[in-house]
Design a binder for this molecule. Sequence first.
Ligand SMILES: [Zn+2]
Length: 385
Amino acid sequence: MSFRFSLHGTDDGARRGQFETPHGVVQTPAFMPVGTQGAVKAALHRDVAEAGADIILGNTYHLFLRPGDELIARRGGLHRFIGWPHPVLTDSGGYQVFSLAARCVIREDGADFQSHLDGARHVLTPERAVDIQARLGSDIAMVLDECLAYPTTREDAAASMERSVRWARRCRERLAVLRSAAPPEVTVSNAGQAQFGIVQGGAFQDLRNESADATVDIGFEGYAIGGLSVGEPTGEMYAITGDTAARLPANQPRYLMGAGTPQDLVECVARGIDMFDCVMPTRNARNGQLFTSEGRINIKNARYAEDDRPLDPACACYTCRSHSRAYLRHLYLSGEMTAGALNTLHNLTFYLDTMRQIRDAIAFRTFETFRQGFLRSASRLSLDS
Ligand SMILES: [Zn+2]
């Protein structure tokens, strides 16, 4: 196995570490930009790497439907196909099946769904999710889990969590088969692929505990907390994250799926999280919503029409070094594709810079000071709201 996590140090609950993968080392806490279709929207891989991303996320559902995991395996796997030589994590496809696909029916066997592209019927079983990710050859694969909407009854959350545990066990067993003797129909593109389990249980901490214990009992290279950031109050999300993280092994990475705002990153690092992914920096960028060290900016706003200042005077990205708010507003209102590219580069840089500052603060054991300062500046101004 070539996946190895090392914890370098802690500062209260915050953890500074790294993990090694077959495609390189990832410093933690880490933020993973989302590269849904094998590309971070509106950003070149070169710029994503230069902005400080050690790892990106690819979406199994999208890549499975188009261009197809078998085609990607024939191209030598995802890294080769997309020209990103650094680490990649893939999700299981479950989240998109439940949220995007038409007519999704969940059975014990797996999820039966129709492609949102052409209506074709597919069945995503735990084993199939493992096989698809093996062909993609990501460095970290995720188990198939059931994602429930919020809010949900305790009964539904319990049944769903228990099914997710059964699916996780099937995923682990399938990976063991692929590691020892893969059948000819499954090309394993990355022999050193790690697999993470996912803790579910909705907003019920006792179910979360049960899920965490059962998932750790199966045994994975790392553990994710899923099913949060789905509409629950922020305070509840933080509380569940903290209590669940505390229940996971200290010597393995912890990944909070789908979070969040810059404040969420800081608050959840404080609660022991090592990895994050979120579409927020890239999606918001394309909508003209920009994160800065002085608060959020909506670049459409008329107040920027003749504002010659950089977007964020504290940011060293190409966008902030080269262009004014007035120009960025003009590009956005003109519908220029460049607006999406420049805004995305800035928002990604802001997120990745924040992670770098977090890592430095933990290393110097000044994380609490950093956290207080960050939350003050983040709450001081939501400039345009
Ligand atoms: Zn910038």
